[in-house]
Structure formats: C-alpha cells, structure tokens
Design a binder for this molecule. Structure first.
Ligand code: NAI
Length: 496
C-alpha cells in the first residue's frame, strides 16, 4: 500500500511535526511540511538539519544521507500543496475544531486513496473522522516526543478505519524503524492510559508519608530500574500538563478505572510550582536551590547476627541470602514465603503491610519492598511492625551488605504496589480489547522507557501472587481501585 515512493505530508511544523518529517525523510520518502506560520517552518527546517547533523555525528548516517534527508523535504504554507501525498500526518494544535477543518480541507485537495492520520494524544480518532467523506481512510499515528528518538508509534483504528489501511500503516511504521503497536481508539490509547498508576502511586506514596520525595524517586530507580521516579518525572513533564492528562483520563472513563488524580499534585499546580519550567516543582531548580538526598542509611554491622531460618516456598528470600553468601537453615515452622531472623519474620511484601501480617502471625514482622535484582540494588527498603522488627530489618540489610531505607508501613509498600497496579491497569486495557499483552509491554517499554513490560512482570511474578497482593492492598486500604482486573483473575486460571 505504501512504498518509499509514497509522498508524505506532515501538517504542523512544531516539535512533533518536525520530528515526524525527519523520520519519514530518513526512511527515503519525499516529505512536504505544512504550517500556517512561516517562522515555524523556518525553525522546523533548522531542527531537521540539526537532527540530521546529530545522526551524522553519531555515525548513524553518512554525509550524503544527511544531505539527502534535508534534500527530500519541502516546506509550504498552502494546503493545496499536499495534493500529491499518499499519506498525510497531522501534528497541529490539539483542538478538535481546528483539526477537523484542516482534515476537511485536505480531503478536498488529496486523491481518493490518500490516507489521513492524526498524531493527537488526547482526542478521539473516531470523532475526528466523523465529519469526513472517507472515514475508512483515517487513523491515528501517535508518535512520542522526540519522534526521531522514541521508538513507539501507536497505530490507532477508529470505528470506521479500514483494517487493511491500519495494517498497511503499521507495516510502514515498522519500515521507518519504529516499534508499531495496534490500538483501539480509547482515551489515552495504550501508553497514556496504562502509565497513569506510575504517577498516581508515586503521589499516593508521598501523600501517605511512605517516605520523602527524594527517597520515593530513588526507590523506583534503584529497586526497579526506572529511569526517573514519578515525582521527578512530573517535574520534567510539568505538573500542569501531567495533572491535566490525569484529570482528562479520569473523566473520560467516568471513574470506572484506576486513574484517581492526586490532590497533592493539584495543590502543587495551584501554588504555581509546575516543575523545572517554573523553577520549582517537587524539587527546587532555582539558582542555588538544593535537591535533598534520599534517606538512605548504612546499617551498623553486627557480628552477633544469629541464624536465619528459611520457610518453605521463599525463592526471593533465598536469592537475597544466597547473593549475600549468608548461610541459612530451612525450617518448616517458619511461615511459607518468609524467613526468620532472631524473633522477627522477615520477607518480601505480598501486598499485606507489616502491621497486618504481625497481627495475623502474632509476631514481629519486617517486610521488604520488591527489587529487580538484589545484586544490582543498593538499598533494602523495608517497613517494620515494631521496634524489634526494625532492628531485624537493619540486621538483614547488614547481612546483605546493603544500605537501608525505612518506609512507613503500608500495604504493598511503594514499588511493589505500583508494579501491581500497573499490571492491573495493563490487564484492564487488554480486557477492554485496546490491545494484547505483548503489545502493552512493547508500548510501555518503547513509549515511556519502562525497564520491563507490566504484563511480563506479572507473569514472571505469578498472576496468582499479583491477584492476591492486589486483594490484600484493597482489603487494607479499603479502596476499590486496587481490586484485581477480571483479566488478571482469569489469567490465574489459564496461562496467557
Ligand atoms: P507545537 O505547538 O509545537 O506545534 C504545532 C504547530 O502547528 C505550530 O507550528 C502551529 O503553527 C501549527 N498549526 C496550528 N494550527 C495549524 C493549522 N490549522 N494549519 C497548519 N499549521 C497549524 O505542538 P506539538 O507539541 O508539536 O504537538 C502537535 C500535536 O502532536 C498535538 O496534536 C499534540 O497533542 C500531539 N502530540 C504531542 C506530543 C508532545 O509531547 N508534544 C506527543 C505526542 C503527540
């Protein structure tokens, strides 16, 4: 359907349009970029030249290719110039009426076989197509910023999109070197919907006083390998943009799903602390402003640590102890999944808080937050049911040669609760037939750089254990938003 001979039109010469045009030209297409503002075209031309220069510098392309990227591009202020395009990708202002009138004008000048696409992040593809003469030739191609670098493109079919056109566009995006993922037209598509709990849970941990902001952000990086914690990421995106996105998704789903926006983040916006762009957000970016360090401490080494007894079915604790080279004994009266150090039951959180488990077992309990790999994690983050358990948590960290972070006790702690809720949200998207499990994972890894996909994580951790954890968090918080998705519950019965 599309070949390198297909002429590509890009409407809007802003950050996204310039980036998409560069990607299309690099793939060998002739590209024409339209804007209503001449200055925008001039800046976009400079941006594309700079982008090609950067590729040349990094050895990704040679001099000839760098020149060809610029040479294949044309710039225009007139819609009529898009007449010869086989595909037009729109990346203008995020406004339904302005976009619709541009698409109507494009339909008048382009041929019957031309495919029109929108790069919208938040508008409905189906609604944008509704006033058009050829809605079957219309779809969403959602690139991520910066388009030449971010691999993901969500290929969104509206209610009327022709299936052959959607699969042709998917193939074209792959030819452009992108990770193309098909999605149904729902608010937030895949990434902006499934990513909500990352921010939501970060803020909720902050509101609960689980730890201070710098420590919360550190946990996501150190324990799980995310590039940025949710609070610092909000500072980068801008809390005004981030809260608006949270609010619009929450309203679009009318509270049905798990997208409750954070009141603390809203308060930050009301105070004008929008993030890096305003000089202050969660952190202070003003000149001389200092960013507080995470509250990580080094436990005193205690040479009198007694024996550690391991219960049955405790592979994660076993890995931690073996990684530290600490000898343990298996003992059947230690609860399954946990270990015992002195008088304290220690182990990874399974969704319950230390306090809840201590009451259940009538024993001091220290629980550790999830970690991807004890060998590459620097701190053991734990909560304790009492002071005695706290001492044991410190001792365990000393045994493991790790620093400690003491968290306020809460069900599922911080990172584990977030991962469970991300999997829950990903499963909801699968249940709503937005996409499949593999595509959700590829979308999150390539659209927002997650270190692993939420569904792959849940599968590896065990769907059963994730469902139990979510139920435990819902029981203790008394918050319905944690109840497991029907899809997750079904997956406990049949492997995906
Ligand atoms: P931008 O504000 O940088 O650029 C928009 C450009 O469109 C401007 O140069 C403006 O002059 C031009 N324009 C506006 N109305 C026009 C019209 N009627 N005809 C021709 N040109 C017109 O915006 P940005 O950030 O590039 O976003 C563009 C679109 O991409 C929006 O729909 C946005 O939701 C979507 N998007 C943005 C992402 C981002 O991170 N910025 C990520 C993914 C999608």
């Amino acid at each position: 359907m599309f070949t390198t001979e297909t002429r590509i039109g890009v409407c809007g010469a802003g950050a996204m349009g310039a980036g998409i045009a560069q990607v299309a030209s690099r793939a060998g297409h002739k590209v024409i970029v339209l804007d209503r503002d001449d200055d925008a075209l001039t800046s976009a031309r400079a941006a594309v030249e700079k982008g090609a220069g950067a590729l040349l510098k990094r050895g990704k392309i040679n001099e000839e290719e760098a020149q060809a990227i610029a040479g294949r591009m044309q710039w225009s202020l007139h819609v009529a110039d898009m007449a010869q395009c086989g595909l037009v990708i729109e990346a203008i202002v995020e406004n339904m009426d302005v976009k619709t009138s541009l698409f109507k004008a494009l339909e008048q000048v382009t041929g019957d076989n031309t495919v029109l696409a929108t790069n919208t992040s938040s508008l409905s593809v189906t609604s944008l197509a509704s006033g058009l003469e050829r809605p079957a030739h219309f779809l969403g191609l959602h690139f991520f910023n910066p388009a030449p670098i971010m691999k993901l493109v969500e290929v969104i079919s509206g209610a009327e999109t022709d299936a052959g056109i959607a699969s042709g566009a998917l193939k074209l995006m792959q030819d452009w070197g992108k990770v193309a993922v098909a999605a149904r037209d729902v608010p937030g598509f895949i990434v902006n919907r499934v990513a909500r709990p990352y921010y939501g849970e970060g803020w909720r941990a902050f509101e609960d006083g689980a730890a201070d902001a710098a420590t919360i952000d550190f946990l996501y990086r150190d324990l799980a390998g995310f590039r940025m914690g949710p609070l610092e990421l909000g500072d980068l995106i801008g809390h005004d943009i981030n809260t608006a996105a949270a609010k619009s998704i929450f309203e679009a789903y009318e509270g049905r799903t798990r997208f409750t926006p954070s009141l603390a983040q809203r308060k930050l916006v009301a105070a004008g602390h929008l993030g890096r762009k305003s000089g202050r957000g969660v952190y202070d970016y003003s000149e001389g402003g200092e960013r507080s360090a995470p509250l990580v401490s080094k436990p005193a080494t205690n040479s009198n640590i007694g024996k550690i007894f391991l219960g049955a079915k405790a592979p994660a604790m076993k890995t931690v102890l073996e990684n530290a080279g600490f000898a343990y004994e298996v003992q059947q009266d230690v609860p399954a999944g946990f270990a015992k150090l002195e008088n304290t039951i220690v182990g990874f959180t399974d969704g319950r808080s230390s306090g809840a488990l201590a009451r259940e077992l009538n024993n001091p309990v220290a629980l550790i937050d999830w970690m991807r790999d004890p060998a590459s994690t620097s701190a053991l983050a734990f909560s304790a049911s009492c002071d005695e358990a706290r001492q044991s948590g410190m001792q365990l960290a000393a045994v493991c040669g790790m620093n400690t972070i003491e968290l306020k006790d809460r069900p599922g702690l911080v990172v584990f609760r977030t991962l469970c809720q991300l999997a829950n949200c990903a499963a909801d998207a699968i249940g709503d037939q937005v996409t499949d499990a593999d595509s959700v994972d590829r979308a999150m890894m390539n659209g927002v750089n997650y270190p692993f996909g939420p569904m792959a994580w849940a599968r590896e951790f065990g769907f059963n254990a994730v469902v139990h954890a979510l139920d435990a968090i819902a029981d203790e918080t008394n918050d319905m938003m944690y109840r497991p998705s029907e899809v997750l519950r079904n997956l406990t019965r049949s492997a995906l």
